[in-house]
Write a protein that binds this ligand. Structure first.
Ligand code: IMP
Ligand code: MG
Length: 172
């Protein structure tokens, strides 16, 4: 049977918020360039839309980590599936994430990338579930704070499905 979806954040709201985030990032990185580290696969849609709206020079790299497998509960383990192609030494790095849940993935990535001597290192996430946090992690840019519900769409998946939905939805 097909899953029943309830829209939580519409395409219009996502697009409006991304424009605001891009304006804020462009102001904060004025006179510099920003190196976006897109965390595959979930952040790909968000990263592309955000990058197009940023007005300071942008460079991009991709990293793939796995903490979930096909489960909906964090295993607590983080494994690097694909590392960055290039050095980030001296770069103003902004990690682009789809959602922060327990915070374990980002805490791990901040530690790891922090050892590679970037000029600065910050996080931008489309979604944040603050109620679920088990690890302290400073997130500079947040698109939307959402309640503790499992969401799909706009890059987020359930068993690899629904990434292509243009909105964020809850499976009911
Ligand atoms: P954390 O390490 O617990 O913060 O997990 C973050 C990762 O878990 C995200 O990058 C997503 O891949 C996945 N995740 C957490 N919550 C959801 C959700 O509601 N829907 C889809 N994926 C989620
Ligand atoms: Mg993810």
């Amino acid at each position: 049977m097909a899953d029943k979806l309830r829209v939580m954040i519409s395409e219009e709201r996502i697009s409006k918020r991304i424009k605001e985030l891009a304006e804020q990032i462009s102001r904060d990185y004025e006179g510099k360039s920003v190196h976006l580290v897109c965390i595959l696969k979930g952040s790909a849609f968000f990263c592309c839309d955000l990058a197009k709206r940023i007005t300071v020079p942008v460079t991009l790299d991709f990293m793939s980590v796995s903490s979930y497998g096909n489960e909906t509960i964090s295993s607590g383990r983080v494994r690097i599936v694909k590392d960055l192609d290039e050095s980030i030494q001296g770069d103003d790095v902004l990690i682009i994430e789809d959602i922060i849940d327990s915070g374990r993935t980002l805490a791990y990535l901040m530690d790891l990338l922090g050892t590679r001597a970037p000029a600065s290192l910050n996080i931008c996430t489309l979604l944040d579930k603050p109620d679920r946090r088990v690890t302290d992690v400073y997130v500079k840019y947040v698109g939307f704070e959402i309640p503790d519900e499992f969401v799909v769409g706009y890059g987020l998946d359930f068993q690899q499905k629904y990434r292509n939905l243009p909105y964020v939805a809850v499976i009911e």
